[in-house]
Write a protein that binds this ligand. Structure first.
Ligand code: GTP
Ligand code: MG
Length: 195
């Protein structure tokens, strides 16, 4: 995909109204620090347009990036961030749920998991929840550069098993460092945006 323009068009806080967009949306979900904003930067061909941090809990709003005036990348706050109060967690859980349930233009949900770890109970819950809302989440196994190539097949198997993925469900190993996997993700997005 050739990126001509990127524009952080809407930023939603926990009490904001969600935008009623008319372009297809692609959402990126996953636990805090898994690499959602880094993936979005890679998909925008920008180094740091979406803010990233080694401290979990960087993205605390729902950010809508208008891409080429043709579609949106939607950067969601991470779940499982320990330092946030239970009340804040519950509010954000509701907000993310509301977005995933209500958005008329949401075409695809990317669920990110760290390739080095077995999916957590939260990952599994999110996966099941997305499925129960009628989507087939595309799994992105992030931080691929942190594994030796020989470790990848086993790690992929552990994630597929852990989430209870079907054979035909898509899992793409990805690295924001090397950009490996980016073309494949772009292809999925371009295809779905046209449907
Ligand atoms: P929240 O906004 O807190 O939910 O986190 P996030 O999922 O947006 O994660 P973010 O993109 O901010 O990345 C978290 C940390 O992981 C940063 O220090 C990134 O540089 C690092 N990181 C993200 N992706 C990769 C990757 O593919 N490889 C490596 N080595 N580090 C990565
Ligand atoms: Mg983020």
């Amino acid at each position: 995909m050739i990126i001509k323009t990127v524009d952080l068009e809407t930023v939603c806080g926990v009490t904001s109204r969600l935008p009623e967009n008319t372009l297809p949306e692609f959402a990126f979900a996953g636990k805090s620090n898994v690499g959602k904003s880094s993936l979005i930067n890679a998909l925008m061909n920008r180094k740091a347009y979406a803010r990233t941090s080694s401290q979990p809990g960087k993205t605390q709003t729902i950010n809508f990036y208008n891409i080429n005036k043709a579609l949106y990348y939607v950067d969601l706050p991470g779940y499982g961030y320990a330092k946030v109060s239970l009340e804040a967690k519950a509010k954000w859980g509701k907000m993310i749920e509301r977005y995933l349930q209500k958005s008329a233009m949401l075409k695809m949900v990317f669920l990110l998991v760290d390739i080095r770890h077995e999916p957590s109970a939260n990952d599994k819950m999110m996966y099941d929840w997305v499925v129960s809302n009628g989507y087939h989440p595309v799994i992105i196994a992030t931080k691929l550069d942190k594994l030796k190539r020989s470790q990848v097949p086993k790690a992929v198997k552990v994630i597929r098993m852990g989430l209870g993925m079907e054979k035909e469900d898509i899992l793409i190993p990805f690295s924001a460092e090397t950009k490996q996997g980016r073309e494949e993700i772009w292809e999925l997005i371009e295809q779905a945006a046209q449907e």
